[in-house]
Design a protein around this ligand. Structure first.
Ligand code: 5GP
Length: 114
């Protein structure tokens, strides 16, 4: 299977504005930001989408959610608030088949999403 664009970022084959990294995940700024702060948190393990994670991934999924707060703090939106989004499948708006958590903030976000 060809590498996803996020795998290429993990492998440093294409550049990204990385804000956080550890042994389990990497976080970088979205190339097409939908808010003043828009980061993606991507596990280094390739799980295509949240619906394909299983019980073996429970610690990894918890780690991704705990990383949200770290990324919010590092990017200056912890106090003002932020939104965390995981798109899944066609109707969910998923475009990259490598699990990722969006972290958006820096402006007042509307609800419901379009
Ligand atoms: P999805 O629609 O799958 O939930 O989100 C994929 C996100 O990846 C989009 O917001 C898109 O802008 C972002 N993205 C796609 N290609 C690249 C890239 O090469 N670099 C970065 N930093 N973000 C990307």
């Amino acid at each position: 299977m060809p590498k996803t664009v996020f795998q290429k970022i993990i492998d440093r084959e294409i550049p990204a504005d990385i804000v956080y990294e550890d042994e389990i995940c990497i976080a970088f700024r979205d190339i097409e930001p939908q808010a003043p702060v828009h980061c993606l948190i991507v596990p280094k393990k390739l799980i295509p989408r949240i619906s394909e994670a299983d019980a073996k991934d429970d610690a990894l999924l918890g780690h991704l959610l705990l990383t949200v707060t770290k990324v919010a703090k590092l990017t200056g939106i912890l106090k003002t608030g932020f939104r965390t989004v995981i798109n899944c499948g066609v109707d969910g708006g998923e475009t990259v088949p490598h699990l990722h958590v969006h972290v958006l903030g820096g402006r007042s976000l509307q609800w419901p999403p379009g």
